[in-house]
Write a protein that binds this ligand. Structure first.
Ligand code: E4P
Ligand code: PEP
Length: 449
């Protein structure tokens, strides 16, 4: 295909139903902002996306495990050094637990540097008789409940680009500049060790890693080997005007890449086969994911594969299942059986968050850690029974000590929820709950191997 026909095809989605798009306040302003975005430098490079595709191909072959996570909704205010470092620190601690205790290479993907848009169940929100547009993420409007904040403002798309750039810059600096050095395993835990059972358990493991590193050094392994980690960014490709404006033709391959993030996914609410999101993502060359909820049929999954990865390129397509703890054991097997039977190379990841949300009596949206752990356990059980590879987890977490999900080794009860309920959208695991999960996943992985 010529460059002009590749570029033209990237706009085919405009003629298709696009769900969950904001009703932008000013279309002329939207056009001006997307034109300006189209001239901005890429946030990620095609070669990096291809490298992640290779890693995900390894996952689909059962050779590696994905740890994908971050906020439900990133905020502009949260795009600062402390918050980003805390999230990365937690992700690195979880990855270390998994790598060491489960002996598996871990592909680290942040739900970071672009997760600024949210699909919502209802287009509006009402409080005390006042109805305003729902909050759709900082890329669209503000969380405060007043008409000015809730205006769907296209200029926020440019702010989202800049916040993504800042966050990714911090992530690159932290992961390449020495902070992620494996010899820092104790330092990541310093503020945490005495406070929680997960912190103490981690400290023990860090001691073992220290001894292993000393041993490897004595064997002649160069310390630089431990100096940096590969880290990738990801977000839901929800706002198609934004994603289109950040899509570029790679000069080396002539193929289009969405340079807003390394890995992009289609949400459960926007995965219609004849919809705009599936069309747009079918035309970019990044590794991509699709969320699959409990109503997904095996034929839906096969049809998505046909649309999104017709050449069966390993690493191109990841299914992120979010069935709910009560459904996974019966909903997942038929999908895996049929997809596996078709010979399709997909990676399977478990999102144990989105099928397990409920409202506490206080009105806070929350999740029980026991449900999260149970869905992950179900995911491993199903893969073990079918002889397939449980390829990873996708979670909503933060590095801060929030009180948004109930349960965990350092228990949070429903009455604690108001103490530090800080999410802009859905409840996240805090650091201690995230580490609890990592230890459990490591055990399950060892058991499945
Ligand atoms: O993160 C997922 C969705 O955006 C979220 O669960 C939707 O929440 P709502 O049902 O409050 O709109
Ligand atoms: C909206 C999300 O999930 P899902 O599409 O699975 O509901 C999400 O991951 O933010």
């Amino acid at each position: 295909m010529s460059t002009s026909s590749v570029t033209g095809a990237l706009d085919a989605w405009r003629g298709l139903p696009a769900l969950q798009q904001p009703d932008w306040a000013d279309p002329a302003e939207l056009a001006a902002v997307t034109a300006a975005l189209a001239k901005q430098p890429p946030l990620v490079f095609a070669g990096e996306c291809d490298q992640l595709k290779q890693r995900l191909a390894e996952v689909s072959r059962g050779e590696a495990f994905v740890l994908q996570g971050g906020d439900c909704a990133e905020t502009f205010e949260g795009s600062n050094a402390d918050a980003v470092r805390n999230k990365l620190k937690t992700l690195l601690q979880m990855a270390v637990v998994l790598t060491y205790a489960a002996s598996v290479p871990v592909v680290k993907i942040g739900r970071m540097a672009g997760q600024f848009a949210k699909p919502r169940s209802k287009p509006t929100e009402s409080r005390d008789g006042v109805e305003l547009p729902a909050y759709r993420g900082d890329a669209v409007n503000g969380l405060a409940f007043d008409p000015a904040s809730r205006r769907n403002d296209p200029r926020r798309l440019m702010d989202a680009y800049h916040a993504s750039a800042v966050t990714l810059n911090l992530c690159r600096a932290f992961t390449k500049g020495g902070y992620a050095d494996l010899r820092q395993v104790h330092a990541w835990n310093q503020d945490f060790v005495a406070q929680s059972p997960a912190g103490r358990r981690y400290e023990q493991l860090a001691g073992e890693i220290d001894r292993a590193l000393t041993f490897m050094k004595a064997c002649g392994v160069h310390p630089d080997e431990f100096h940096s980690v590969e880290f990738y960014s990801s977000h839901e490709a929800l706002l198609l005007e934004y994603e289109r404006a950040l899509t570029r033709i790679d000069s080396l391959s002539g193929r289009p890449y969405d340079v807003s993030g390394h890995f992009l996914w289609i949400g459960e609410r926007t995965r219609q086969l004849d919809g705009a999101h599936v069309d747009f993502l079918s035309r970019i060359s990044n590794p991509i994911g699709v969320k699959l909820g409990p109503t997904t049929s095996a034929d839906d999954a096969l049809a998505l594969i046909e649309r999104l990865n017709p050449d069966n390129e390993p690493g191109r397509l990841t299914f992120v299942t979010r069935m709910g703890a009560g459904r996974i054991r019966e909903a997942l097997p038929p999908l895996i059986e049929k997809v596996h039977g078709s010979g399709a190379a997909v990676a399977w990841i478990c999102d144990p968050m989105h099928g397990n949300t409920f409202e506490a009596p206080s009105g806070h949206k929350t999740r029980r850690v026991t449900d999260v752990l149970d869905e992950v356990a179900g995911f491993f059980e199903v893969h073990r029974a079918l002889g397939t590879h449980p390829g990873g987890i996708h979670i909503e977490f933060t590095g801060d000590d929030v009180t948004e999900c109930v349960g965990g080794g350092h228990e949070i009860v429903e009455d604690d929820l108001p103490q530090r309920y800080e999410t802009a959208c859905d409840p996240r695991l805090n650091r201690s709950q995230s580490l609890d999960l990592a230890f459990m996943v490591a055990e399950l992985y060892r058991h499945n191997a």
